[in-house]
Ligand binder design. Structure first.
Ligand code: GLU
Length: 472
């Protein structure tokens, strides 16, 4: 049954200079959940850490999101810019008696903790100001702390983790507003989520304990809790936390490796979520199928082979025009020379025979060398071996047959097989030198595809170049 309230999800990354693949997966889950239900997907930049939060770090996130095709509604929200509103809520909590001013100094807090540790007690700070008469307040700097319950339990009914309980004795009177008037992260997240109308908080399970503490603010303000779904982390293939050691961790690196965004979406969706045994699927299918029920409870392991495999399938299934757009972006992301108009035209006409065999755009462009390169085609080592004197002789003999062939697949197949028959040589003697002549490479699309793409004149010119080469 569809929910009565429209779904609003968000991704709330802290700008750290790059976009982690785990953040991309969390963003994708939120995007799928909202978009699949006609809801909204919002972006909030948690830029309260002023040292790390540079415009470049934020741009890296926006870029990653755009590349992945995860469009968000409205403008990205800056958490830092909402500090006054966060402070307002801290004061509202104070007015409700759900928070209090605490004048304890850092030294007093440390002394409290040390004594508690020595006595084997809970080291959570218990402020003497919690129940102090406001008339006794000194004219000194203070922080605002929440008045957390000390008895009973706090329970989070998590859509992935189930019912998770904390003893309230373990949840401290966390600070909401620092003595310089700046809000803490705990307060800012809650206020922003409420003001942005977020109904579902889907995020990494490293935030599960935060949910318990954040729920105290919701309760104190009589705000309804969002649905929580804390998703397990992504591990490397060896079961350890995914890190540089395993391979790329930044979204930008995947773009530079030439992976198509659609395959990344497919792969990241499967990383910790499943729908029956579906492995290869489209965005439309993922949007239809995605649900919190399908999220796995255990951590997912990154499988680079599987990702590459899906990349190959997505390249093969993509529309040529979309691939062209992605390749242009890939070249720009890798600081490679852009395609000339002629190259773009040739690549476009060659796409049908390139897209079936490449797992990355780099591989696709490598196979497209025959279309993108220019005469004279310098053969690589293997191709040069196929251009021995006998083979070059064969190419010379072949030229007039190419001139008179009808320039269709059937026409070319017929011309070459007639030539082979007439000369009494096997096709296997003709294809390698012809391939070397057309591409300068030994691994290429079929010779017929290459000839069809580049046309008769260019084919003959390349065959002549190769036939006339000196040396073995
Ligand atoms: N800014 C937090 C992070 O990047 C996310 C906070 C949240 O989703 O509530 O891990």
């Amino acid at each position: 049954m569809p929910d009565a309230t429209p779904v609003v999800t968000r991704i709330a990354p802290s700008p750290t200079g790059f976009m982690h693949i785990g953040t991309a997966r969390t963003a994708l889950f939120n995007w799928l959940y909202a978009r699949g239900r006609g809801g909204k997907f919002l972006l909030r930049i948690e830029d309260t850490d002023r040292e790390r939060s540079t415009p470049e770090a934020t741009e890296a996130i926006l870029k990653g999101m755009r590349w992945l095709g995860l469009d968000w509604d409205g403008d990205a929200v800056s958490q830092f810019e909402r500090a006054a509103r966060h402070a307002e809520v801290a004061h509202a909590l104070l007015a409700r008696g759900a928070a209090y001013k605490c004048f304890s100094t850092p030294e007093e807090i440390t002394a409290f903790r040390e004594a508690a540790r020595a006595e084997g007690r809970n080291t959570n700070f218990q402020s003497p100001w919690r129940d102090a008469d406001p008339a006794s307040h000194p004219d000194l700097p203070y922080v605002i702390r929440i008045r957390a319950p000390r008895e009973g339990e706090t329970v989070i009914d998590d859509a992935v983790q189930g019912s998770v309980r904390w003893k309230n004795a373990d949840l401290d009177d966390m600070i909401l507003l620092r003595s310089d008037g700046t809000p803490t992260y705990m307060l800012a997240v809650v206020v922003d989520d409420v003001d942005m109308g977020v109904t579902h908080v889907i995020r990494g399970d490293d935030h599960l304990a935060n949910a318990a503490r954040q729920s105290l603010i919701y309760k104190a303000m009589d705000w309804p809790l969002p649905v929580y779904a804390h998703i397990p982390l992504i591990l490397g293939p060896d079961g350890k936390k995914l890190s540089k050691r395993h391979g790329a961790t930044g979204v930008d690196e995947y773009q530079k490796m030439g992976y198509p965004a659609a395959a990344m979406r497919n792969y990241l969706a499967r990383l910790g979520w499943s729908h029956g045994d579906a492995e290869f699927f489209s965005d439309a299918q993922a949007l239809e199928w995605f649900d919190l029920d399908g999220i796995n409870k255990s951590a997912a392991r990154f499988d680079f082979k599987k990702l590459e495999n899906l990349c190959g399938q997505h390249i093969a299934a993509a529309e040529d025009a979309d691939l062209m757009g992605e390749i242009v972006a890939y070249l720009s992301a890798t600081d490679a020379a852009p395609l000339t108009d002629t190259q773009a035209d040739l690549l476009s006409s060659a796409m049908y025979c390139l897209k079936e065999r490449a797992k990355t755009f780099g591989e696709l462009l490598e196979n497209a060398h025959f279309a993108l390169g220019q005469r004279p085609f310098e053969p690589d080592e293997k191709a040069a071996k196929a251009l021995d004197p006998v083979s070059r002789g064969i190419l010379t003999e072949l030229t007039p047959h190419l001139r008179s062939a009808s320039w269709t697949r059937e026409g070319l197949e017929m011309a070459i097989s007639n030539f082979a028959e007439g000369e009494n040589i096997k096709l296997g003697k003709i294809a390698p030198p012809l391939r070397a002549a057309l591409a300068g490479r030994s691994v290429t699309p079929s010779i017929f595809d290459m000839m069809l793409v580049i046309g008769r004149e260019e084919t003959i010119d390349r065959v002549r170049d190769a036939a006339g080469r000196n040396g073995d």
